[in-house]
Design a protein around this ligand. Sequence first.
Ligand code: HEM
Length: 170
Amino acid sequence: MIFLLIIAGHETTVNLIGNGILALLQFPEQLEKLKRNFNLIDSGVEELLRFYSPVELATNRWASKDLFIRDKLIRKEDMIVVSLASANRDELKFFNPEYLDISRSNNHHLAFGMGIHYCLGASLARLEGKIAINTVLKRVPNIRLNADLETLSWRPTYLMRGLGKLPVIF
Ligand code: HEM
Protein backbone atom coordinates (compact mmCIF):
# COMPACT_ATOMS: atom_id res chain seq x y z
CA MET A 1 0.00 0.00 0.00
CA ILE A 2 2.87 2.38 0.81
CA PHE A 3 4.46 1.58 -2.55
CA LEU A 4 1.17 2.26 -4.35
CA LEU A 5 0.42 5.49 -2.52
CA ILE A 6 3.88 7.01 -2.85
CA ILE A 7 5.02 5.71 -6.23
CA ALA A 8 1.64 5.75 -7.99
CA GLY A 9 1.05 9.24 -6.66
CA HIS A 10 4.38 10.87 -7.48
CA GLU A 11 5.50 10.62 -11.11
CA THR A 12 1.91 10.69 -12.32
CA THR A 13 1.22 14.08 -10.77
CA VAL A 14 4.65 15.42 -11.77
CA ASN A 15 3.69 14.51 -15.34
CA LEU A 16 0.29 16.18 -15.06
CA ILE A 17 2.01 19.43 -14.07
CA GLY A 18 4.84 19.25 -16.65
CA ASN A 19 2.70 17.99 -19.53
CA GLY A 20 -0.03 20.45 -18.57
CA ILE A 21 2.26 23.47 -18.69
CA LEU A 22 3.63 22.28 -22.04
CA ALA A 23 0.12 21.87 -23.47
CA LEU A 24 -0.76 25.41 -22.38
CA LEU A 25 2.42 26.78 -23.96
CA GLN A 26 1.51 24.98 -27.19
CA PHE A 27 -1.93 26.62 -27.21
CA PRO A 28 -1.18 30.24 -26.19
CA GLU A 29 -4.80 31.36 -26.63
CA GLN A 30 -5.85 28.78 -24.03
CA LEU A 31 -3.04 29.92 -21.73
CA GLU A 32 -4.26 33.53 -22.03
CA LYS A 33 -7.84 32.43 -21.39
CA LEU A 34 -6.79 30.72 -18.15
CA LYS A 35 -4.73 33.71 -17.03
CA ARG A 36 -7.78 35.95 -17.56
CA ASN A 37 -9.98 33.62 -15.49
CA PHE A 38 -8.21 31.29 -13.08
CA ASN A 39 -11.58 29.69 -12.21
CA LEU A 40 -11.29 27.84 -15.52
CA ILE A 41 -8.67 25.63 -13.85
CA ASP A 42 -11.39 23.09 -12.91
CA SER A 43 -12.32 22.22 -16.49
CA GLY A 44 -8.75 23.11 -17.51
CA VAL A 45 -7.15 20.34 -15.46
CA GLU A 46 -9.62 17.80 -16.87
CA GLU A 47 -8.61 18.86 -20.36
CA LEU A 48 -4.90 18.70 -19.54
CA LEU A 49 -5.43 15.18 -18.16
CA ARG A 50 -7.20 14.23 -21.39
CA PHE A 51 -4.77 15.91 -23.75
CA TYR A 52 -1.44 14.55 -22.44
CA SER A 53 -2.58 11.67 -20.22
CA PRO A 54 0.17 11.10 -17.61
CA VAL A 55 -0.60 7.35 -17.56
CA GLU A 56 -0.88 6.08 -21.13
CA LEU A 57 -1.80 2.44 -20.53
CA ALA A 58 -3.93 0.76 -17.90
CA THR A 59 -2.42 -2.24 -16.12
CA ASN A 60 -2.92 -5.47 -18.07
CA ARG A 61 -6.29 -7.21 -17.95
CA TRP A 62 -7.23 -10.79 -18.91
CA ALA A 63 -10.61 -11.63 -20.42
CA SER A 64 -12.76 -13.73 -18.08
CA LYS A 65 -14.82 -15.05 -21.03
CA ASP A 66 -14.97 -14.90 -24.85
CA LEU A 67 -16.34 -11.56 -25.98
CA PHE A 68 -16.61 -9.24 -28.97
CA ILE A 69 -15.54 -5.61 -28.94
CA ARG A 70 -17.12 -4.28 -32.15
CA ASP A 71 -16.17 -7.06 -34.61
CA LYS A 72 -13.00 -8.13 -32.81
CA LEU A 73 -13.14 -11.47 -30.98
CA ILE A 74 -11.33 -11.50 -27.63
CA ARG A 75 -10.90 -15.03 -26.30
CA LYS A 76 -11.12 -16.05 -22.67
CA GLU A 77 -7.76 -15.45 -20.92
CA ASP A 78 -6.43 -13.23 -23.73
CA MET A 79 -4.35 -10.39 -22.32
CA ILE A 80 -5.75 -6.95 -23.05
CA VAL A 81 -3.78 -3.71 -22.99
CA VAL A 82 -6.03 -0.67 -22.84
CA SER A 83 -4.58 2.57 -24.19
CA LEU A 84 -6.06 5.32 -22.05
CA ALA A 85 -4.14 7.95 -24.03
CA SER A 86 -5.62 6.76 -27.32
CA ALA A 87 -9.14 6.63 -25.88
CA ASN A 88 -8.65 10.20 -24.71
CA ARG A 89 -8.02 11.35 -28.30
CA ASP A 90 -10.93 9.35 -29.77
CA GLU A 91 -12.63 11.50 -32.39
CA LEU A 92 -15.88 9.53 -31.95
CA LYS A 93 -15.96 10.62 -28.32
CA PHE A 94 -14.38 14.08 -28.30
CA PHE A 95 -15.04 16.97 -30.65
CA ASN A 96 -11.75 18.08 -32.24
CA PRO A 97 -9.66 15.88 -29.93
CA GLU A 98 -6.28 17.21 -31.12
CA TYR A 99 -7.26 20.69 -29.91
CA LEU A 100 -6.75 21.78 -26.30
CA ASP A 101 -9.94 23.42 -25.03
CA ILE A 102 -9.72 24.28 -21.34
CA SER A 103 -13.47 24.93 -21.17
CA ARG A 104 -14.42 21.59 -22.75
CA SER A 105 -17.65 20.27 -21.21
CA ASN A 106 -18.72 16.61 -20.77
CA ASN A 107 -15.04 15.72 -20.70
CA HIS A 108 -15.39 12.04 -19.81
CA HIS A 109 -11.72 11.14 -20.23
CA LEU A 110 -10.11 7.95 -18.93
CA ALA A 111 -6.94 9.50 -17.50
CA PHE A 112 -7.68 7.97 -14.09
CA GLY A 113 -8.90 4.64 -15.48
CA MET A 114 -12.36 3.23 -14.91
CA GLY A 115 -14.16 0.64 -12.78
CA ILE A 116 -12.94 -0.99 -9.59
CA HIS A 117 -9.32 0.06 -10.13
CA TYR A 118 -10.22 3.72 -10.73
CA CYS A 119 -7.39 5.86 -9.36
CA LEU A 120 -7.50 6.07 -5.59
CA GLY A 121 -5.67 9.41 -5.63
CA ALA A 122 -7.71 11.16 -8.35
CA SER A 123 -9.06 13.89 -6.03
CA LEU A 124 -5.62 14.61 -4.58
CA ALA A 125 -4.01 14.63 -8.04
CA ARG A 126 -6.64 17.05 -9.38
CA LEU A 127 -6.10 19.37 -6.42
CA GLU A 128 -2.30 19.25 -6.73
CA GLY A 129 -2.52 19.91 -10.47
CA LYS A 130 -4.86 22.87 -10.05
CA ILE A 131 -2.77 24.49 -7.31
CA ALA A 132 0.56 23.92 -9.09
CA ILE A 133 -0.51 25.12 -12.53
CA ASN A 134 -2.36 28.21 -11.29
CA THR A 135 0.56 29.09 -9.00
CA VAL A 136 3.10 28.84 -11.85
CA LEU A 137 0.97 31.08 -14.07
CA LYS A 138 0.40 33.63 -11.31
CA ARG A 139 4.09 33.80 -10.33
CA VAL A 140 5.56 33.77 -13.86
CA PRO A 141 2.76 35.02 -16.12
CA ASN A 142 5.06 35.57 -19.09
CA ILE A 143 6.35 31.98 -19.09
CA ARG A 144 7.45 30.81 -22.54
CA LEU A 145 8.98 27.69 -24.04
CA ASN A 146 12.76 27.98 -24.42
CA ALA A 147 13.28 25.19 -26.96
CA ASP A 148 11.87 23.99 -30.27
CA LEU A 149 8.94 21.65 -29.73
CA GLU A 150 10.63 18.92 -31.80
CA THR A 151 13.67 18.90 -29.51
CA LEU A 152 11.70 18.11 -26.35
CA SER A 153 12.25 14.55 -25.23
CA TRP A 154 9.74 12.33 -23.50
CA ARG A 155 11.01 9.96 -20.82
CA PRO A 156 11.49 6.48 -22.32
CA THR A 157 8.83 4.64 -20.35
CA TYR A 158 6.21 2.27 -21.61
CA LEU A 159 3.44 3.22 -19.21
CA MET A 160 3.81 6.90 -18.48
CA ARG A 161 3.95 10.08 -20.53
CA GLY A 162 6.25 12.68 -19.06
CA LEU A 163 8.96 15.06 -20.22
CA GLY A 164 12.65 14.61 -19.42
CA LYS A 165 12.78 18.37 -18.93
CA LEU A 166 10.76 21.41 -19.89
CA PRO A 167 13.01 24.41 -20.69
CA VAL A 168 11.18 27.70 -20.15
CA ILE A 169 12.04 31.39 -19.86
CA PHE A 170 10.13 34.15 -18.10
C1 HEM B 1 -2.38 12.90 -12.42
C2 HEM B 1 -2.11 11.99 -11.53
C3 HEM B 1 -2.56 10.56 -11.61
C4 HEM B 1 -2.95 9.83 -12.70
C5 HEM B 1 -3.05 10.27 -14.16
C6 HEM B 1 -3.28 8.50 -12.23
C7 HEM B 1 -3.74 7.47 -13.04
C8 HEM B 1 -4.16 6.25 -12.56
C9 HEM B 1 -4.75 5.23 -13.36
C10 HEM B 1 -5.00 5.31 -14.88
C11 HEM B 1 -5.05 4.18 -12.56
C12 HEM B 1 -5.78 2.90 -12.97
C13 HEM B 1 -4.84 1.88 -13.53
C14 HEM B 1 -5.57 0.68 -14.07
O1 HEM B 1 -6.79 0.62 -14.15
O2 HEM B 1 -4.87 -0.25 -14.47
C15 HEM B 1 -4.61 4.54 -11.23
C16 HEM B 1 -4.72 3.71 -10.13
C17 HEM B 1 -4.22 4.02 -8.88
N1 HEM B 1 -3.73 5.25 -8.48
FE1 HEM B 1 -3.47 6.87 -9.64
N2 HEM B 1 -3.07 8.45 -10.88
C18 HEM B 1 -2.64 9.69 -10.45
C19 HEM B 1 -2.35 10.08 -9.15
C20 HEM B 1 -2.42 9.27 -8.05
C21 HEM B 1 -2.16 9.68 -6.68
C22 HEM B 1 -1.83 11.10 -6.25
C23 HEM B 1 -2.27 8.55 -5.90
C24 HEM B 1 -2.11 8.37 -4.42
C25 HEM B 1 -1.85 9.32 -3.56
C26 HEM B 1 -2.63 7.46 -6.77
C27 HEM B 1 -2.83 6.16 -6.36
C28 HEM B 1 -3.36 5.16 -7.14
C29 HEM B 1 -3.63 3.81 -6.67
C30 HEM B 1 -3.41 3.30 -5.24
C31 HEM B 1 -4.17 3.11 -7.75
C32 HEM B 1 -4.61 1.66 -7.79
C33 HEM B 1 -6.09 1.56 -7.53
C34 HEM B 1 -6.58 0.11 -7.63
O3 HEM B 1 -5.94 -0.72 -8.27
O4 HEM B 1 -7.65 -0.16 -7.07
N3 HEM B 1 -2.72 7.92 -8.06
N4 HEM B 1 -4.09 5.80 -11.25
